[in-house]
Design a binder for this molecule. Structure first.
Ligand code: BES
Ligand code: MN
Ligand code: MN
Length: 462
């Protein structure tokens, strides 16, 4: 029976070329201008699932972009793995910061990826990582080594909040019934430090609008005598953190669970170089909440960040003007137990309350989701750990991530199963940034590790 390494070797070029073709389609879910491309990508995924050995695959229409569903069920008595991933990508802007066009994938060597990395929007998040599962499936079906049932659910709206997927999951509990959910849409600590993501942060995303006078004013004639919405907005935003970088919204921390000293000590054992961290993003100092380490700040602590801010004159030269309106987009990363809808409400009432006379404030909630933590003694975690042990020769380290995949907590709530997050990306792969890439080595390592997860999960389930 052919083993996975030799199968990858025989099909290396095709595996890369198929991914490259997929990356050429600009499936940006956030921007309506890309609508046709997003829909086209769903068709390509559906075909790839059938070619990989699914007995059945379909496009499930939603009020937004379609969900691709595929399955191979051959024995009701065997466990079922549900694979989730997303085929939509973030906008590639700002285009001028890319060294090569985002939808013309090229393979280039980097210091971290001496075997080369594929540069394209979506290479790592999540087309490359999702497609590892399709190719692992191909290997298992073509070589008769699929040990259990498989379902695939690949959506096209993850980057815009998975609103329609939530409805789909709630309405299709029987169809999606499974014993474990498997996702590759996170990262690992380093090439030689495999890790399994055991936590995700929740999210509350809001947009705020501050309105002052009913029209833009001459900043000489009116300046100093009316509230300037941009001045006011920045002042209000600044007040959301205190001198210790604690968030000042009343009630914000009420449901935040403090980790025990033991848990924090365990976390601190994960390899981490502060110098390397600073160098990798060119900063001379880290910054954050007092009393917590960098790794704690970006995983087990909630945060509030402005993601965009605008208003007034931003064209060439100088225009003397007091704008009528100012805007900002603000995200709050949440930790398990914080209810995102409740936090959104807390933000809204606080923000409205701190607005001074002379301006009006509107808070518009966008989307959100709950955080997630998963235990390390579940069957799924043990199976994943054994799989990594085989392919990396090391036991993977459990790690809570700072990112969010809001649908994961809904999976647990609706489908009553645990999610295992086997990520193969690196922080330096620049997801959501210009020059996103995914290591060729990581791509093949993922394809190599995934079939072992199926094998061990099936064995452990007996
Ligand atoms: N794959 C990422 C999330 C991620 C990346 C988690 C790396 C852990 C490690 C996902 O596509 C993403 O970008 N999620 C968004 C949230 C979504 C609601 C827009 C995020 O985290 O900003
Ligand atoms: Mn993703
Ligand atoms: Mn993303």
């Amino acid at each position: 029976m052919q083993n996975i390494q030799s199968y990858i070797n025989d099909h290396k070029d095709r595996f890369l070329n198929e991914l490259i073709e997929l990356l050429k389609i600009p499936s940006v879910s956030a921007d309506p201008a890309f609508k046709d491309h997003v829909i086209k990508t769903a068709d390509v995924i559906k075909d790839s699932l059938l070619k990989a050995g699914c007995d059945h695959a379909e496009i499930c229409e939603t009020d937004g972009f379609p969900i691709v569903y595929g399955e191979k069920i051959f024995d009701e008595n065997l466990p079922t793995v549900l694979v989730y991933g997303h085929y939509d990508v973030q906008p590639a802007d700002p285009l001028e910061l890319w060294d090569s066009p985002p939808y013309e994938p090229i393979i280039k060597k980097t210091d971290i990826h001496p075997e080369g990395a594929i540069f394209a929007r979506g290479a790592c998040d999540d087309k490359g990582q999702m497609y590892m599962h399709v190719k692992a499936m191909e290997f298992m079906t073509r070589t008769d080594q699929l040990p259990c049932n498989v379902k695939f659910m690949i959506e096209g709206e993850e980057e815009v909040g998975s609103v329609n997927l939530s409805k789909f999951v709630k309405n299709n509990q029987e169809k999606l019934k499974n014993d474990v959910i498997l996702i590759s849409d996170t990262g690992m600590i380093a090439q030689d430090v495999p890790s399994i993501t055991t936590g995700l942060r929740g999210l509350s995303y809001v947009e705020v609008e501050v309105t002052g006078p009913n029209r833009d004013l001459h900043s000489g004639l009116y300046g100093g005598a009316v509230a300037n919405p941009i001045n006011i907005l920045t002042k209000m935003i600044a007040s959301l953190h205190d001198e210790n970088n604690h968030i000042t919204i009343p009630g914000f921390y009420d449901k935040v669970e403090d980790l025990s000293d033991e848990e924090r000590a365990e976390m601190a054992k994960a390899p981490f170089s502060l110098e390397g961290y600073k160098n990798s993003i060119d900063i001379d100092a880290v910054y954050g909440e007092k009393g917590y380490s960098t790794n704690e700040r970006n995983s087990i602590r909630p945060t509030l960040d402005v993601n965009g801010i605008w208003g007034g004159y931003i064209g060439e030269g100088a225009k003397t003007v007091i704008a009528s309106k100012a805007y900002a987009k603000i995200s709050m990363r949440l930790v398990p137990h914080q209810e995102w809808e409740e936090v959104t409400e807390l933000f809204k009432s606080h923000f409205e309350k701190i607005a001074p006379a002379g301006v009006r404030v509107k808070v518009k909630p966008h989307h959100g989701g709950q955080g997630y933590v998963t235990p390390i003694d579940s069957l799924g975690y043990k199976a994943a750990s054994k799989a990594y042990n085989d392919t990396f020769g090391k036991t993977p380290i459990p790690q809570r991530s700072g990112g969010s995949i809001p649908i994961v907590s809904l999976f647990e709530q609706e489908l009553k199963s645990k999610t295992i997050l086997m990520g193969f990306g690196l922080n330096s792969d620049a997801i959501h940034s210009p020059n996103e890439h995914f290591g060729v080595w990581n791509y093949f390592k993922g394809i190599e590790t995934i079939p072992l997860f199926y094998k061990y999960f099936t064995e452990l389930s007996k």
